[in-house]
Design a protein around this ligand. Structure first.
Ligand SMILES: Cc1cc2nc3c(=O)[nH]c(=O)nc-3n(C[C@H](O)[C@H](O)[C@H](O)COP(=O)(O)OP(=O)(O)OC[C@H]3O[C@@H](n4cnc5c(N)ncnc54)[C@H](O)[C@@H]3O)c2cc1C
Length: 279
């Protein structure tokens, strides 16, 4: 049995918001490494683009799927395909377009890997990953099992994975179309995304309340540009928090609290929070 590579690193280096203290990172390269890696409490890291991590880090092991779970290069435009969960979504979206395959357009611009996209059912109002997901292969309860996508009950930015399950691979089914038609659909999504900040961020901080938009509410409350330490509400998009340099989790939490208090409408965090909130 091969051994995973284990290192201690700050999660700020592995998350797009660039916030978070140290953790033991286990880089997983084969299914047979999972029984040992999961023998103590653990979490699963994708591309770290939807996480707010405590300044004190996390006590659990952090499992990250390594290169052997990235099938981006092998994906040559098959409509019905199994792919490793560390495959970056942006490359898949681009290759699907080149191959004239439709179904992933709504996820254009989501900086996830496939496993993280499924766990969050990532997408936009134009479509989400659940639209093309057929099956998943999971490490759960000490073994590798296959489940139909319907068992995950994907909904708005959420899924119901079995407790502690690690997505290893997923089967996607795309629809034959033409590169031109797929490009046209992507142009619409791209237009809707224009104006989103390019700085270090973790995407939308809050879920949209029913029939409304968190970004609009924050904008209307005049909170764009509000800053706590180096954490700031983006000038471009009210629902994006940007790290202006050395933001801490504490800064970010205080900023979110101020937003909630000022907006006055219950706002549920879209990010997943890891570790003990810094007081
Ligand atoms: C600039 C920017 C734009 C964004 N735009 C969008 C958008 O338009 N739509 C949208 O939905 N999101 C958006 N996001 C948020 C984010 O990209 C998504 O939530 C994405 O699905 C997170 O994927 P990830 O691989 O980074 O997962 P992570 O952030 O690493 O993890 C997220 C959750 O998934 C779990 N997870 C990750 N991998 C696995 C696995 N293999 N098995 C089991 N669980 C796993 C983690 O434990 C965690 O709970 C944006 C983020 C940024 C930074």
């Amino acid at each position: 049995m091969s051994k995973p590579d284990v290192t201690v690193r700050p999660l700020a280096e592995l998350t797009t918001l660039r916030v978070g203290g140290p953790a033991e990172i286990w880089t997983m390269e084969s299914d047979d490494q999972f029984p040992e890696a999961t023998s103590a409490p653990y979490r699963v890291l994708g591309n770290g683009s939807n996480l707010l991590v405590s300044d004190t880090g996390v006590d659990e092991r952090v499992l990250k799927l390594g290169r052997s779970y990235d099938d981006g290069r092998q994906f040559g435009g098959q409509a019905d395909v199994w792919l490793g969960a560390a495959t970056p979504l942006p490359g898949l979206v681009r290759r699907a377009k080149e191959a004239g395959l439709s179904g992933l357009e709504g996820t254009l611009g989501v900086p996830a890997v496939l496993g993280g996209a499924i766990a969050m059912n990532a997408g936009t109002r134009f479509g989400e990953i659940g639209d093309v997901l057929e099956e998943v292969e999971l490490f759960t309860g000490g073994e590798v099992v296959r489940l139909p996508a319907s068992d995950l009950q994907l909904a708005y930015r959420t899924s119901h994975l079995p407790e502690g399950a690690v997505i290893l691979r997923a089967r996607l089914r795309l629809q034959p179309s033409t590169p031109e038609r797929v490009a046209a659909a992507m142009a619409q999504v791209d237009a809707a995304r224009r104006g989103q900040p390019k700085a270090a961020t973790a995407g939308c901080a809050f879920k949209n309340p029913p029939e409304d938009s968190a970004g609009r509410l924050i904008d209307q409350a005049g909170l764009k540009g509000l800053r706590v330490g180096d954490a700031m509400i983006s000038h471009e998009h009210g629902n994006f928090v940007v790290n202006m340099g050395h933001a801490t989790e504490r800064d970010v939490r205080e900023l979110l609290d101020r937003v909630r208090t000022t907006v006055g409408v219950p706002l549920e965090m879209e990010w997943r929070a890891w570790g003990n909130a810094t007081q």
